[in-house]
Design a protein around this ligand. Sequence first.
Ligand code: SAH
Ligand code: SF4
Ligand code: F3S
Length: 483
Amino acid sequence: MGERAKTVSAEEMGRQREFMELVRAENELLRKENGRQPSALVETYGCQQNEADSEQIRGMLRQMGYRFTDSQREADLIVMNTCAVRAHAEQRVLGNVGALTHAKRSNPDQIICLCGCMMQEGHMAEKMKRSFRHVDLVFGPHALWRFPELLQRRRAAGGRIFDVEDGPGRVAEGLPVYRQGKPKAFVSIMQGCNNFCSYCIVPYVRGRERSRMPEPILREVEMLVSEGYKEITLLGQNVNSYGKDIGAGVDFAGLLRRLNELPGEFLIRFMTSHPKDASLRLFQAMGDCAKVAPHLHLPFQAGNDRVLKAMNRGYTKADYLDLVREAREAVPGLVLTSDVIVGFPGETSREFEDTLDVLREVRFDALFTFLYSPREGTPAAKLPDPLSRAEKQENFDRLLNLQNEISARRHHAYVGRTLRVLVDGESGNEPYNLSARTAGGRLVHLSGDSRRIGSFVLAEITDASTWALFGAMKESLHENGVL
Ligand code: SAH
Ligand code: SF4
Ligand code: F3S
């Protein structure tokens, strides 16, 4: 597919702006009539990519003249942005959508909208249609950029709207974004996934990999930095394959280098890297670029080669360990984190020992651990799964205990060091009144001057736990600060 076919055209985006204007005018009228500006509540489930989508939804809503509320009862519009990655995420959504019947009974004009990955699954959209009749508007990630049109139509004509058509997906530039997370911002650099790991629903609901062009990404980051954002997280399901589909002569390592050249004091993070596409070029770019955080989230999922093959991951345990070695050589002080799935169908307790081996060899700084959850429509969901839930849980607990021990040791090694950290907010737990992050992404409970929120400061680390570091602010840093 050519670049043009994958990008939403300027005319189509222009039409959406017209729909936004229509809704805005109606909301303005309502405000004059009732003395009350219509309000919206956006709830997000799932990963950072979904958070970033919600920021675009809020951006569109704000442009359409909505204000925001935390109250389900008060809201004129509720948007639930859903996640399908594990059964637990879906159950939370279903429980919370079910509970919305109460809010709607007391406010029958309320519009309830469900969007996100779960709605792109055929059986879920069906379920909404049949069993959740209080839901008014349903759309999947592919239709996100058409939200103004869908909302305007629903408001004008009533009834129920479902827009969950499947497809490879497109790239929409220029949607408004409303961010609330200062000094941190997400910037999505690509959508979709081509990897089809056998357990994973994401490629089915998010479509094929499609990268944004480098120029709009550079402009967006430049703007964010000029607005005072200090930490930019580049998002994609597999950022290492950034650029492969657009023929713009830039890969992910190249994009990092270009972002690093932008003026200002800020830090660049990224999520997530797939080991099969992580390369020395990337590690060298990380090592060379002072503004790129020395943090690599490199999910390995499982340590056993047979299991990795059944997962369709495209690398072996030895490949993974080599990669880690290369990364550590190229990036001094690299912080490494990872994702692991316990209990993939057919994984024996003996095979699971290889996962523990990887933990012992790599000694990750932190780990995100998940019990395998069968996803309808994925190949793994059809595999025999003989291991009992109790055995899986036992393996899971062993994994956690081992990792907790490793994390605690790693964290204690920070004690006595003085590091540059970004103060990102208040914590409210005296004497550590602030929270901050190291360049490697470790959480620091910090005591110090709250006027430094949003700045890089020096922190002396005085204590550590399994989960976090503790310290005291030493001094604030300058634009050309050290470290
Ligand atoms: N694209 C990212 C991951 C997105 S999903 C990557 O490949 O790194 C985040 C994590 O959820 C995955 O890394 C995996 O560990 C976990 N996950 C995905 N599908 C799962 C399933 N069916 N059951 C349990 N965990 C799953
Ligand atoms: Fe899912 Fe694999 Fe794609 Fe990650 S790389 S989103 S785990 S299919
Ligand atoms: Fe969930 Fe979709 Fe993210 S399934 S993890 S919200 S890409």
